[in-house]
Write a protein that binds this ligand. Structure first.
Ligand code: HEC
Ligand code: HEC
Length: 277
């Protein structure tokens, strides 16, 4: 039995609380949406427009609307469900002026026109992405993408093929819902399961190693490094041992089109435990 699989089977019970995770993220994003920073990102073109929209959404809107945009009854941005806005054009107006007599505040003083447009565009993308996953993809085509252009085997293993740099995905469909899988592809950093976290260790003689945490006990820590080697360290001989909150996995946002993404997600969903009915 490969070690990755044993860990995988603990997925469900060891998953950290999504909400508390999200609150921490919201704080990080709140810092990141410092107007100066955003302005700089717009100028230098890093981050991308949709990324900015998302950052702003998480900081300013998610506290009420939730990270998936569905926390308010009758409003579900992820599925394009609105009570008041009847077209995309109404959305920026609502953000600007708020909704009188409700908790929805006006943002005209806090956000620039450009920022409001970006948030609106992000909401539009959210709805589009949900549509693409609800239309079932083609798992066969997804497999081709997984093994080909997606280069997923460079880091992941399915049965006896691929690499151990990232988690084993042989049974991933038994543990993760399609929205979660899609999220892993688009925002690898958004939610990293505790058992998939990367760590950096620095030994007393100054050798630094990063890798995916495989196991740890009181005295030792085991990880898989980027060359797929199993490494074991005695904690007493480490001067640094930290968890990294960035995933080594690249985001596939913009690299795969919605069709390809849906195909890939369908393929991942189809990877179920052999004995599951
Ligand atoms: C303090 C809480 C709060 C914050 C912050 C907030 N909203 Fe709202 N929002 C609401 C509530 C409550 C409603 C529902 C109002 C109603 O129709 O009763 C709403 C409604 C909306 C609607 C209309 C939905 C529809 O049904 O047509 C849009 C669009 C919207 N919000 C966008 C945003 C965006 C974008 C942000 C961030 C820039 C944001 N909201 C921040 C509470 C909030
Ligand atoms: C450079 C290495 C790398 C590449 C390339 C890569 N991944 Fe990952 N992936 C990781 C690592 C490391 C993690 C664990 C940390 C995390 O959750 O982001 C991960 C996590 C995941 C997860 C979440 C697993 C779980 O247990 O919830 C999924 C699903 C996934 N990858 C699918 C893919 C697919 C599909 C591709 C190809 C399109 C891909 N990955 C390409 C390294 C990679």
């Amino acid at each position: 039995m490969v070690p990755g699989r044993r860990l995988e089977s603990h997925c469900e019970n060891r998953r950290s609380s999504h909400t508390s995770m999200w609150i921490i993220r919201a704080c990080i994003f709140a810092l990141a949406s410092n107007p100066l920073l955003v302005a700089q990102q717009i100028r230098t073109g890093t981050g991308g427009e949709s990324e900015d929209g998302k950052r702003l959404f998480v900081a300013d809107c998610a506290p009420c609307h939730g990270p998936d945009g569905n926390a308010i009854a009758g409003v579900d941005f992820g599925h394009g469900k609105f009570r008041r806005a009847s077209s995309d054009r109404d959305v920026p107006e609502i953000i600007k002026s708020g909704i009188q007599g409700t908790a929805m505040p006006a943002f005209s003083n806090e956000l620039s026109e450009v920022e409001i447009k970006r948030i609106a565009a992000y909401l539009h993308d959210l709805a589009g992405a949900a549509q693409s996953t609800s239309a079932p993809g083609d798992a066969e085509r997804g497999k081709t993408i997984f093994e080909g252009q997606g280069k997923c085997l460079e880091c992941h293993r399915i049965k006896d093929r691929g690499s151990r740099v990232g988690p084993d995905l042989t049974e991933i469909g038994s543990f993760r819902r399609s929205v979660e899988l899609e999220r892993s592809l688009l925002e690898p950093d958004a939610e990293i399961l505790p058992q998939n976290r990367s760590v950096r260790v620095v030994t007393n003689d100054d050798v630094t190693t990063t890798g995916r945490l495989l196991n740890q006990d009181t005295f030792t820590v085991q990880l898989v490094d980027s060359k797929e080697r199993l490494r074991s360290f005695e904690k007493s001989k480490l001067k640094e041992y930290v968890f990294l909150d960035k995933s080594p996995m690249p985001s596939y946002q913009g690299k795969l089109n919605p069709r390809e993404l849906a195909d890939l997600v369908s393929y991942l969903v189809s990877l179920k435990r052999a004995d599951s009915r």
